[in-house]
Design a protein around this ligand. Structure first.
Ligand SMILES: Nc1ncnc2c1ncn2[C@@H]1O[C@H](COP(=O)(O)OP(=O)(O)OP(=O)(O)O)[C@@H](O)[C@H]1O
Length: 211
């Protein structure tokens, strides 16, 4: 069953490093909304992503709470948070086919796995790519597989870390439309870290600047 879309609430969060405040954020992200976070190198973008995903280094001290709807997340380990990540590198498993990569993301009890994968690939213009080796795909095709693997894993919130920065200009615009469209349709609250103002504009949501 597809989870009901929920609000992600970063509540009175403060992260300090060696006694100095690095980040202070109090923000809601609605289902289907993308919050863009921008800021210079060292301003804490990766630290914020690590806090949300659940792998913050013990070098930092975090205060505040993180909720998905009524469910508190910051006390849970990373694998129980239901947060999906998409990075600039698609990071497909090289030893698995395209279908194998997609299947990896599916929750174990999912019904009709093959049909779901077929449909997901069709949705991103990769019909018939099931048996392909990821190494034989273009950068844009790999990015599409990574997106569908993420969505098939049924995350309840998504973090995007410079997801378009490795793509060439024409493809970048196409992938922005595809990624933000799919995330909006799935009703997922999303946090995007980027240096690119065109990403922020395409995301269409609020923007916060760190640093
Ligand atoms: N494990 C760590 N231990 C101590 N300090 C750290 C650690 N990781 C990062 N920092 C420091 O925390 C601050 C924020 O780093 P962070 O990587 O979050 O910045 P960023 O905005 O993601 O930068 P960039 O755009 O260069 O990736 C920096 O001053 C960095 O040196």
């Amino acid at each position: 069953m597809t989870p009901i879309p929920q609000i992600l609430h970063i509540k009175q969060m403060k992260i300090t490093l060696e006694g100095q405040t690095l980040l202070a954020i109090n923000q809601h992200i609605a289902p289907g909304e993308v919050l863009t976070v921008m800021g210079p190198s060292g301003s804490g973008k990766s630290t914020l992503l690590a806090y949300l995903a659940g792998f913050l280094s013990p070098a930092f001290q975090a205060q505040g709470e993180l909720y998905l709807g009524d469910k508190r997340l910051d006390t849970l380990p990373a694998e129980q948070r239901g947060i999906g990540l998409l990075f600039q590198d698609p990071m497909l498993f090289p030893h698995l086919s395209v279908a194998g990569n997609c299947r990896f993301g599916l929750p174990r009890r999912t019904q009709n796995k093959t049909e779901r994968i077929t449909k997901a690939l069709e949705q991103v213009g990769l019909a018939g790519f099931e048996a392909r080796d990821p190494a034989t795909l273009s950068g844009g095709q790999q990015a599409r597989v990574a997106l569908m693997r993420l969505l098939l894993s049924q995350p309840q919130a998504v973090l995007l870390d410079e997801p378009f920065s490795k793509l060439d200009t024409a493809l970048r615009q196409e992938m922005r439309t595809l990624v933000f469209g799919q995330l909006r349709e799935a009703g997922l609250p999303t946090l995007l870290v980027t240096h690119d103002e065109a990403d922020a504009a395409a995301a269409g949501g609020p923007i916060i600047a760190l640093g």
